[in-house]
Design a protein around this ligand. Structure first.
Ligand SMILES: Cc1cc2nc3c(=O)[nH]c(=O)nc-3n(C[C@H](O)[C@H](O)[C@H](O)COP(=O)(O)OP(=O)(O)OC[C@H]3O[C@@H](n4cnc5c(N)ncnc54)[C@H](O)[C@@H]3O)c2cc1C
Length: 475
């Protein structure tokens, strides 16, 4: 007889492991199967996010930012520290130990919530059975009432830029460099390319970012993108727009990158080249013939708004389905599915999903950009507030950027909030809560914000939307 479960989750990334934990909390018998292996060959729960994405990148962003501040900004505080030395092995050890602590934490959470964690490959068979192949190659078939597919995503590779994991690398390799490359090339000026470019630029690399599109950061509000580009240029990130890479070849200890732009053909020589051109859904080996689970033309598993695949009791969540490839979006989907399976009410509000780019200054937003609101044709008002006028930002020596709120003229609905500045990723939480609870702009105006805090910038931006800002000039 095969082992039987109420729920089997395939994938223990930020979409899969919360689904398993919530299923356990709902008193369902649950197993979570994951095949992630680190470079040293060890299994680890947590998926891309904990092992090769959100967490290690933020660890290095924090360390490199401290290095940058110590080197260039402490003197403004009257702190002289003389010669600084960078100990990259220690920095990398810290990154690795944070990852280990967090991934071990999932094992502990599984135990606490009655989840059976299984390390190995999972394959959905017809009839809601899952074939598990363990580390030793042994196979067993598990039977489930419900199966949740959470197999995530993988970096897009370019045929003309052959990955070798040493000179031509992906984002995961770029988080584990053991030396600071003197010259670093990054293909792609998206979120991951900018974050990785920032880390290595701060630590001393000469960084060139090649972006095929003419427009910088088209996903963010245009005013924020313009401000960001100004800061990144000042930091020495050489971002080349409209630069289409045609080939990259390893020659000796370097990589020759060929690209063209409006000025013609160019060659760039770098010591490492990071390909950060996006991620694609990962479903290799996931679905046996005859399961009935459908993929769309881009390889995403097709689901409805409740993450049902259309095959009875088979669900899919996270990066492997439509929507932004973000850990918190996957987490909400995983939790929603586990609650729906248990017969509870649950939904994901796809209109209110925050995004953050952890550069310096940070960039964060929720809702529509001004260009989207304009295209939609609804009359709107805009309020902005510069961090230059924030006492707290000044005290932090981080008075860069601004907060911006876009609201409907007719009923005062908050349509979008955009922040570029210190701790923008933390500040956006207030805007997310406001939008989730349908707060009006006036509600934010009437909410007391502690002084002096960075959050006052959002308060003042809301006031500025009605030309009632106190600490800024109303235009
Ligand atoms: C460098 C980088 C930085 C990022 N930073 C952020 C950030 O700051 N914030 C944010 O929100 N997002 C960030 N992301 C994106 C985030 O990592 C993903 O959105 C998130 O990990 C998706 O979660 P998931 O559970 O859907 O998939 P994944 O995290 O990819 O997890 C899927 C898991 O399923 C396993 N698996 C796949 N197929 C099988 C199978 N057949 N059998 C068993 N196991 C299987 C995989 O091995 C993996 O462990 C970043 C990504 C990268 C690469």
């Amino acid at each position: 007889m095969s082992e039987a479960y109420d729920v089997i989750v395939i994938g223990a990334g930020p979409a899969g492991y919360p689904a398993a934990i919530r299923a356990g909390q709902n008193k369902l018998k649950v197993a979570c199967v994951d095949e992630w292996k680190n470079f040293d060959g060890t299994y680890a729960f947590g998926g891309t996010c904990l092992n090769a994405g959100c967490i290690p990148s933020k660890a290095l962003l924090e360390s490199s930012e401290l290095w940058q501040r110590a080197k260039h900004e402490f003197s403004a505080h009257g702190i002289a520290i003389g010669d600084l030395t960078l100990d990259l092995p220690v920095m990398q050890k810290r990154r690795a130990s944070i990852v280990k602590t967090m991934t071990n934490g999932i094992t502990a959470l599984f135990k606490a919530n009655g989840v059976v964690g299984i390390q190995g490959h999972g394959r959905l068979l017809p009839g809601n059975r899952v074939l598990v192949t363990g580390a030793d190659g042994a196979e067993k078939t598990l039977q489930a009432v419900h199966v949740v597919l959470a197999s995530g995503s993988t970096p897009v590779r370019l045929k003309t830029v052959p990955h070798d994991g040493h000179y031509i690398v992906d984002s995961w390799n770029a988080l584990e460099f053991t030396e600071v490359p003197a010259r670093l090339g990054v293909i792609g000026a998206g979120v991951i390319g900018l974050e990785l470019g920032s880390v290595w630029r701060r630590l001393g690399s000469e960084v060139t970012v090649l972006e095929a599109m003419e427009q910088f950061l088209p996903i963010v509000d245009a005013a924020i993108a313009k401000e960001a580009q100004r800061h990144f240029n000042k930091q020495g990130l050489d971002i080349k727009l409209g630069a289409k890479v045609s080939a990259a070849t390893v020659a000796g200890n370097a990589v020759d990158v060929r690209y063209s732009d409006a000025q013609g053909e160019h060659t760039l020589q770098v010591d490492k080249l990071v390909v950060a051109v996006g991620r694609r859904p990962f479903t290799e080996g996931l679905l046996a013939d005859g399961t009935g689970v459908r993929l769309d033309e881009r390889g995403f598993i097709e689901v409805d708004e409740h993450c049902r695949t259309g095959v009875p009791n088979v669900w899919a969540v996270g990066d492997v389905v439509r929507g932004p490839m973000l850990a918190h979006k996957g987490k909400e989907e995983g939790v929603m599915v586990a609650d729906l399976i248990a017969g509870h009410f649950a939904e994901v509000n796809y209109r209110v999903i925050p995004s953050v780019i952890y550069t310096a200054p940070e960039i964060a937003w929720v809702g529509q950009t001004e260009q989207q609101v304009k295209a939609g044709g609804r009359a709107y008002k805009v309020g902005t507030f510069p961090f230059a006028a924030s006492g707290r930002a000044r005290a932090m020596e981080a008075a860069q950027g601004f907060a911006k709120i876009i609201s409907a003229t007719d009923d005062d609905e908050v349509l979008g909030v955009h922040v570029i500045g210190p701790m923008a990723g933390e500040l956006i939480g207030e805007a997310v809560l406001a939008m989730e609870y349908s707060a009006s702009t006036e509600d934010i105006q009437r909410t007391i914000h502690a002084h002096p805090t960075l959050s006052e910038a959002l308060h003042e931006a809301a006031l500025a939307a009605d030309k009632r800002a106190i600490d800024g000039i109303n235009r």
